[in-house]
Design a protein around this ligand. Structure first.
Ligand code: TMP
Ligand code: MG
Length: 207
């Protein structure tokens, strides 16, 4: 078993329950004596994160490529801290990562997946990616929907199509309409198994 922590990523459309599940997973790992912390992207607490947050709440407009690069920069500014935590044996549960970056930006006209991937090349590659899936029409019924930029069914459908193209066979699909308890249990079991077979060396995106 590796001495480092595991990099665990949750991806999916808006309102699939990623944030709740990420928090629960950290809590459940901790209660099993496994060191784990939450990392949320975008991390809205940094200066770059504040600009992103203003963009998402319509307080600021930005060129599509500029905001794409800021989302990526927001991951890069956290990279060293993430590496040192993982090296200390702390697992990281990451609520959205570079896959959101590519899926959401490439859903916009004129931005290819290939272009969108480039700024994230060299970030840490996750050990496991959970992909929470549900029909955009179903997700629309969930609380708070529509407050932020991107939270509309038409755009989310395009994002879903981009995610499908991006998805690789190692991703673990999770039905977001399952009960929160069932999802939490599935995530915990899968992470425990992943950790038993964790390679010592970390890899990089997008290999
Ligand atoms: P959140 O709702 O998880 O806080 O994410 C905010 C929005 O930002 C969400 O609609 C997904 C989008 N997003 C991107 O467009 N690019 C990114 O790189 C990330 C992390 C999120
Ligand atoms: Mg959101």
């Amino acid at each position: 078993m590796a001495t480092r922590g595991a990099l665990i990523v949750l991806e999916g459309l808006d309102r699939t329950g990623k944030s709740t599940q990420a928090r629960t997973l950290v809590k459940n790992l901790n209660s099993k004596g496994i060191l784990a912390e939450l990392q949320i992207f975008p991390d809205r607490t940094t200066q770059i994160g504040k600009v992103i947050s203003e963009y998402l709440s319509h307080a600021r407009d930005l060129d599509d490529r500029a905001i794409h690069l800021l989302f990526s920069a927001n991951r890069w500014e956290k990279k060293n801290a993430m590496v040192s935590k993982l090296e200390k044996g702390i697992s990281l549960v990451v609520d959205r990562y570079a896959f959101s970056g590519v899926a959401f930006s490439s859903a916009k006209p004129g931005l290819s997946q290939e272009w969108c991937r480039q700024p994230d090349v060299g970030l840490l590659k996750p050990d496991v990616v959970f992909f929470l899936t549900a029909d955009p029409e179903t997700l629309k019924q969930r609380g708070g929907y529509g407050e932020e930029r991107y939270e509309n069914v038409e755009f989310q459908k395009r994002v879903a199509a981009e995610y499908s193209e991006l998805e690789d066979p190692s991703w673990i699909r999770v039905d977001a309409t399952w009960s929160a308890e069932r999802i939490a249990e599935h995530l915990l079991t899968t992470v425990e198994n992943t950790m038993r077979a964790l390679p010592e060396k970390m890899r990089e995106l997008w290999v």
